[in-house]
Design a protein around this ligand. Structure first.
Ligand code: SAM
Length: 223
């Protein structure tokens, strides 16, 4: 068996055992997770663990999220395929690549210039041409690209950033971990004609969202 086919086998196994068996049924999410080569989004020394059931370090004290977390957060957006979406916290670019298989247009924003540049080059090299990588404070969203028909935040916020709610289209969802080092909940907010409807889902553990609407260095010590 050549290397490509063993990566592919590992990916199929990951989807079956970690994603499907935990109840994710959206066929577009499952197909995207089968297609995107996660091992090409992690540092070389982490590649042997690329399809394990865990987050992995990607430099700058940051991580690529656990595959299941990527899958469930994507599924929670309930995308149909013609949406313009925003991801806050590009990291490796993996979550953006998954979104790009399902949505029409993906904007992703990262505060670390070096991570953003590497992710942008990687996404380009792999042919994910409907993803645009931005550098900046994603806690403020990207007002000039709004509205979005879905927003995912992949770092934990002290509270839901108002600018992100303001950049949602009618009926669209914002999926975001909220909380601090002592505990966080994954939340989904929907913009409805009657106002914003929040829903608390389950406990999670993410790195901090920084920036104007995020955690300050002295409130949560890490990079
Ligand atoms: N989604 C990423 C992936 O697929 O590899 C993993 C993201 S990692 C868990 C969280 C990322 O959020 C980090 O890369 C961090 O630098 C970034 N981040 C934190 N605060 C941010 C902010 N205010 N604006 C943009 N990015 C931010």
């Amino acid at each position: 068996m050549d290397t490509e086919s063993s990566w592919f086998e590992a990916r199929l196994r990951m989807v079956k055992e970690q994603i499907e068996q935990r109840g994710i049924r959206d066929p577009r999410v499952l197909q995207a997770m089968r297609e995107v080569p996660r091992h090409l989004f992690v540092p070389e020394e982490e590649q042997p663990y690329a399809y394990e059931d865990c987050p992995l370090p990607i430099g700058f004290g940051q991580t690529i999220s656990q595959p299941y977390m990527v899958a469930i957060m994507t599924a929670l957006l309930e995308l149909r395929g013609d949406e313009k979406v925003l991801e806050v916290g590009t990291g490796s670019g993996y979550q953006a690549a998954i979104l790009s298989r399902i949505a029409r247009e993906v904007h992703t924003i990262e505060r670390h210039q070096a991570l953003a540049q590497k992710a942008g080059e990687r996404l380009q090299a792999l042919g994910y041409t409907n993803v645009k990588v931005h550098v900046g404070d994603g806690s403020l969203g990207i007002p000039e690209e709004a509205p979005f028909q879905g927003i995912i935040v992949t770092a934990a916020a002290p509270k839901v950033p108002t600018p992100l709610l303001e950049q949602l289209s009618m009926n669209a969802y914002l999926v975001i971990p909220v909380g601090g080092p002592g505990g966080q909940e994954l939340m989904r907010w929907q913009k409805t004609p009657a106002g914003f409807e929040p829903k608390e889902l389950f406990p999670v553990a993410f790195v901090p969202l920084r920036g104007k609407e995020g955690w300050k260095e002295d409130q949560w010590y890490s990079r």
